[in-house]
Design a protein around this ligand. Structure first.
Ligand code: AMP
Length: 281
């Protein structure tokens, strides 16, 4: 496994592969790796000749400075974990390397970033698109692997690739969970003991929504969920939405769409968690 910190280094490591049309699987991450990230790498390893993983905590996708500062970082442990899977090249650039000058590109995602994460984290998806576009330009992967855990991000990246005709196949990967249902996330490392105990409420809520789908009116379901969170002493609900999987538009009647996903964001103390669950597709 080779580690490159400079764009020039990774380009020279990849140039032969590009010239010989070797398939390159790419997994962009912000580090603090867990089984969720490793599952993306395993998928990439099965479907490509070369696997590249990037580790870069992207400052411009954080809308709260405190969140950026406290984001867990442990490059040594990450490299050790990457030794355990097929990973040929790790790209671990500095901020100056990625952004030598301020980037001002503004993307237009239509209504896709007006709801849920986009609504509560202004500028977040623009920051994601800037870094993903830049990384695609540096790595020129054949396929790129993204987790369904960040469902809205995945829909937006699909749009980015379509709109800018970026020649890469986007591969969605299943959400990996802890035994009690909590979706794995780097931010879980920041949870205190009590918060960690309460955090599975997100997935419990999503499963309940699936059981009630088609029966309980959506407005009533939302109210029930809001009440459940209000009763919980630790968790604070930010949003719960039932949305169309392609447009991300919230629906008010089950009959409005036949491809539906439930999405949730909630705070466990100072830690913001998100999750989602396909209701039907
Ligand atoms: P991050 O390091 O949080 O930016 O995540 C890097 C990639 O890993 C993204 O495509 C995420 O959607 C994906 N990912 C994060 N958590 C999980 C998980 N629990 N299961 C599957 N993929 C995940």
């Amino acid at each position: 496994m080779q580690v490159a910190e400079k764009i020039s280094e990774i380009r020279s490591l990849l140039s032969n592969h590009w010239a010989n049309s070797v398939s390159i699987g790419f997994v962009p991450t912000m580090g603090a790796l867990h089984e969720g990230h490793l599952s993306l790498l395993k998928n990439a390893g099965k479907e490509n000749e070369i696997v590249v993983c990037s580790i870069f905590v992207n400052p411009i996708q954080f809308n709260r400075n405190e969140d950026y500062r406290s984001y867990p970082r442990d490059i040594r442990k990450d490299l050790k974990l990457l030794e355990g899977v097929k990973c040929d090249i790790v790209f671990h650039p500095t901020e100056e390397e990625m952004y030598p000058e301020p980037l001002e590109k503004q993307y237009d995602f239509g209504d896709l970033d007006k709801v849920m994460e986009g609504k509560f984290r202004p500028g977040h998806f623009n920051g994601v698109a800037v870094v993903v576009n830049r990384l695609f330009d540096i790595v020129k992967p054949t396929r790129a692997y993204f987790g369904l855990k960040d469902f809205q991000q995945l829909v937006i990246i699909h749009k980015l690739v379509r709109d800018y005709k970026i020649p890469v196949e986007i591969v969605p990967c299943t959400t990996i969970r802890e035994e009690d249902g909590l979706a794995m996330s780097s931010r879980n490392k920041l949870l205190g003991k009590n918060e960690r105990k309460h955090a599975p409420l997100l997935y419990k809520t999503l499963k309940m929504a699936k059981v009630q789908s088609g029966y309980m009116p959506i407005a009533q379901l939302k109210k029930t969920i809001e009440d459940t969170f209000r009763r919980d002493k630790v968790m604070k609900l930010e949003y719960f939405e039932i949305v169309d999987m392609l447009t991300l538009k919230p629906i008010n009647l089950w009959s409005e769409s036949n491809q539906v996903v439930a999405c949730i964001a909630a705070w466990a103390g100072n830690v913001r968690l998100i999750d989602n669950h396909v209701i039907y597709s």
